[in-house]
Design a protein around this ligand. Structure first.
Ligand code: 5AD
Ligand code: SF4
Length: 546
């Protein structure tokens, strides 16, 4: 059976898709690059903003038309939309054959099998089901895996998801061969309940993986040729594993519900606090272990940091371990204390600034990135100005800026009216992007005339000023053509196509190097090279091999 798998949303979804790919490949499924070549179409979806959901729904609509035209296809929706919309999605979109939430992915092969069996069943049975208002049999059977929310009854001892993470393929093929970077999950779910965010509902409670499993996975990836590993968690610095509390029959440690769970869900498995004699692996300990036990790994990074729980123990390990990238993605979300309170972020702007000051004291060269939401309910011009002031105060290399999107199931949609008009959200978004471009340009300018190690992963052809770039891989950021703020090395006129090799520094700064030919650019892909920075622009640095 041929499978087409498309991923929407965050890095956590990218990793989930990779695991699904490994899991189904090992069962003999073949993956194809186009939906029209597939017999099974899977969309790994994101619910964080409405826009991402709309995009997925339009894809689901297209598959629906194909099915109406008589094609025998299995359509599966996996990830956060499946979890959030559940049976409702199947009622409204009967072309969807299976749903699988992000906390159920180990059950996907079974769901596909069920959907295949049901598709083979007589069409009369399905018509009869429809007549009594039920979803088609294929849908009902395939949904079984999703119906019990694992997170509601989570027994770490039964956590098959751990097996899914552990069963990943360690061959660097396709995109990996070029990027030589890999994600490793350390924590699933989130316990924070920021009022705007669906993640605690769709991905469930925070669960920490055993440190031995994480270190082993990193080691196998490094041995397979990964040059960069990014540890993933919604609040990655919140990682904490108490040893000796969850052990399997075979003696190996199991995934463990994170601290703080008892605050919002009474459960027999709520986290045991450190009692006398218990040993705890903190996030700082985990970073140090991976760094020290895998010396062949040149780069270790992590996302996403929660600014409140970022202790100096982590900063100390980062300072003392040279192969841990000096990069912090720590979303501020807003610069207004009033809005931060309504968001339930748990820190003030002052505390955020203290975190940044500590980070820069320990790691003066750190690249700091963040996320900001504009137009949160009741946000006034004054609140927005406070956000602008924060962005001007912190040397952010970049910020991902989002317009507030009310999400079903969140506290914010229940409590607050979405009262900031879309035109105002758009204007604030654009204004903040302009401020961020100035801040980014200033941060980038400090790197001119320095030599930095760059891990190259993309080749682009710059066609003309302000026009789209063409790369052989899907661009992770739209670079466009930027005029250097300082005189750059390139003397090419804007209308001459330029081939660039593009990569990233440990600080996650994007660096582009002009190459004589596509072959020259290809020859540095998947390697770390020293680059002398010659020019700085808002989105990237330009340099020469040096
Ligand atoms: N509306 C807009 N942005 C959101 N984010 C999360 N939920 C929403 C929402 N409802 C943003 C936050 C988060 C990032 C992943 O997405 O900034 O850090
Ligand atoms: Fe969502 Fe907040 Fe958890 Fe991040 S920390 S995933 S924004 S609830």
């Amino acid at each position: 059976m041929r499978v087409y798998l498309e991923t929407f949303g965050c890095q956590m979804n990218e990793l989930d898709s990779e695991l699904v790919h490994s899991q189904l490949s090992s069962l003999g499924y073949e993956f194809v690059d186009r939906p029209d070549e597939a017999q099974i179409v899977l969309y790994n979806t994101c619910s964080v903003r409405e826009q991402a959901e709309q995009k997925a729904y339009s894809r689901i609509g297209i598959v629906g038309q194909r099915k109406k035209a008589g094609e025998r296809l299995i359509l599966g929706v996996i990830g956060c939309m499946a979890e959030r919309d559940g049976l409702d999605m199947m009622r409204r979109h009967p072309q969807v054959d299976l749903l699988c939430g992000p906390a159920e992915l180990d059950r996907l092969p079974q769901l596909i099998d069920n959907a295949r069996t049901a598709m083979a069943a007589s069409t009369e049975t399905q018509a009869a089901d429809r007549a009594v208002g039920l979803a088609p049999r294929s849908a009902r059977v395939a949904l079984a895996g999703n119906r019990t929310r694992r997170t509601a009854t989570l027994a770490a001892a039964e956590d098959n998801l751990e097996a899914l993470d552990l069963s990943r393929s360690f061959r660097l093929s396709g995109e990996h061969a070029r990027r030589r970077s890999a994600y490793v999950r350390i924590t699933r779910g989130c316990n924070k309940f920021c009022t705007y965010c669906v993640v605690p509902n769709t991905r469930g409670a925070e669960v920490h993986r055993p440190p031995d499993h994480i270190v082993e996975e990193c080691r196998r990836l490094a041995d397979a040729g990964a040059l960069e590993i990014t540890l993933l968690g919604q609040t990655v610095n919140h990682y904490r594993y108490t040893h000796g509390t969850a052990v399997s029959v075979g003696g190996s440690e199991l995934a463990q519900v994170g601290p703080g769970l008892s605050a919002f869900r009474s459960s027999a498995q709520s986290a045991a606090g450190p009692t006398s004699g218990t040993r705890v692996t903190t996030f700082a300990d985990l970073l140090a272990r991976i760094h020290d036990e895998i010396p062949q790994l040149p780069r270790l990074r992590f996302v996403t940091s929660y600014p409140r729980d970022f202790g100096t123990d982590i900063l100390t390990v980062m300072r003392d371990c040279p192969r841990i990238c000096r990069y912090l993605h720590a979303p501020a979300q807003s610069g207004s204390d009033r809005i931060l309170k309504l968001m339930n972020r748990g820190y003030s702007t002052g505390e955020y600034l203290e975190f940044v000051a500590a980070a820069l004291e320990y790691l003066p060269d750190a690249g700091i990135a963040g996320d900001i939401i504009v137009g949160f309910p009741t946000e006034t011009d004054e609140d927005f100005e406070a956000t602008v002031a924060l962005v001007r105060r912190v040397p952010f290399k970049n910020n991902f800026i989002f317009k507030y999107s009310p999400r079903p199931g969140t506290a914010a949609i229940e409590r607050f009216e979405d009262d900031v008009p879309d035109a105002v959200k758009r204007a604030r978004n654009n204004a903040l992007l302009a401020v961020q471009a100035e801040v980014s340009a200033a941060v980038h300018a400090t790197w001119v005339d320095r030599t930095v190690p760059v891990l190259f992963d993309d080749v682009r052809e710059i066609v003309a000023p302000n026009q789209a770039t063409r790369g052989s891989a899907q661009p992770r950021v739209e670079l466009g053509w930027e005029r250097p703020h300082q005189t750059g090395p390139s003397s090419s006129t804007p209308s001459t196509p330029v081939i660039q090799a593009v990569g990233r520094t440990p600080q996650d700064l994007i660096v582009a190097v002009d190459c004589g030919s596509r072959e020259d650019a290809e020859s540095v892909m998947g390697s770390i090279r020293a680059v002398r920075i010659k020019a700085a622009m808002p989105l990237l640095l330009r340099g020469q091999f040096g």
